[in-house]
Ligand binder design. Structure first.
Ligand code: NAD
Length: 319
């Protein structure tokens, strides 16, 4: 297949590109090196992608908000599928700068899908987020749960993307699969995400800021499991579909920090902070639908995933 992959230089994008190249697909990647985190890290991600299939890999630097960039991308078409992972990620920064999140996560998304409508393909996989469930959903979260009370601008842009996806399926006959990723971790994780940030502090011997009482919990998903779900969604177009991709287990913050310190073989110290606004207390994916329709099966327990992350962090991630 020939696949257009947005956000290719990022954490999930670079791993997805590698997996697609390894199985023989041709991948055209695009990314604007959004300054949310260091460009050098994204350039290093791209070196790994390049190595996975240099003859089937093309990369274009550009901002999806610009029509000229979208036009240029289609000069490399036609494509069989589009995997749209590009976005401004992160809950807390979206509270400070909601306008740029709406631009990158919504305007760019509609611009991309308009291009798909006009020139094809109508087969798209879209990165959504567990944050669409908000603070009052009943765990485990099933895809048909009420999702109309997002508690951050980031979550609102992701939910709005899902709603627009429905419109494109309804009006224009797209196959558009929205994947709700649950806290993804592993090598190359974004440096501001909890596990990576905690590892940096622990390694320096500094205390970890723990927001709330540490009883909040997350369904952490190892990157290889997420990539398996993304690739399955590319292969199984299904009209308008939404699937949770989670790790199939909840881990409390207090347990996570203990396991991470053990994986890094360092001592743990914690600094207590009040609950942060925009954070949800608990995430937990119901995977029934993803198992049945995508054949999704997460296979990396958190202990193993943290060990793999720690190995990568010590070799490549220490700053
Ligand atoms: N990592 C997670 O735990 C998680 C959880 C839920 C959802 N997601 C979603 O998965 C996707 C990938 O997340 P990630 O963790 O790999 O983040 P990331 O920041 O590492 O990757 C996103 C990439 O998109 C690029 N980008 C942003 N705006 C762009 C634009 N206008 N034009 C072109 N490129 C642009 C960025 O430069 C970046 O490289 C995002 O859509 C994110 O919202 C991630």
């Amino acid at each position: 297949m020939r696949i257009l992959l947005t956000g290719a230089a990022g954490f999930i994008g670079s791993h997805t590109a590698e997996a697609l190249l390894r199985r023989g697909d041709e991948v055209i990647g695009v990314d604007n090196f959004d300054p949310f985190y260091d460009r050098a890290l994204k350039e290093r991600n791209l070196l790994a992608v390049q190595a996975a299939g240099p003859e089937r890999w093309h990369f274009i630097e550009g901002d999806l908000c610009e029509q000229a960039v979208l036009d240029r991308l289609w000069e490399f078409g036609p494509y069989d599928a589009v995997v749209h992972l590009a976005a401004k990620a992160g809950v807390r920064p979206s509270i400070e700068d909601p306008v740029s999140y709406v631009r990158a996560n919504l305007e760019a998304t509609v611009g991309l899908w308009e291009q798909c409508r006009l020139h094809g393909p109508k087969r798209v996989v879209f990165a959504s987020s567990s944050s669409v469930y908000g603070a009052d959903s009943q765990a485990p979260f099933a895809e048909d749960a009420r999702c109309d009370r997002p508690v951050s601008p980031y979550a609102a842009t992701k939910r709005a993307g899902e709603l627009l996806a429905h419109t494109y399926v309804h009006l224009h006959g797209f196959d558009l699969t929205c994947l709700r990723f649950f806290t993804v971790y592993g090598p190359r994780q974004r440096p501001e995400m909890a596990i990576h940030k905690f590892a940096t502090l622990l390694w320096r011997g500094e205390p970890i800021a723990q927001f709330g009482d540490g009883g909040s919990s997350r369904d952490y998903t190892y990157i290889e499991d997420i990539v398996q779900g993304v690739v399955a969604a590319v292969d199984r177009p299904n009209g308008y579909a939404i699937y949770n991709l989670g790790g199939d287990r909840e881990t409390r913050l207090v347990d996570l920090t203990r396991m991470l310190a053990r994986a890094l073989r360092v001592e743990l110290t914690v600094e207590q902070k009040p609950e942060a606004p925009g954070d949800v207390p608990r995430t937990c994916a119901d995977l029934t639908l993803a198992r049945a329709e995508l054949g999704y099966e997460p296979s990396t327990p958190i202990e193993d995933g943290l060990r793999k992350f720690a190995g990568w962090f010590i070799e490549h991630g220490v700053q």
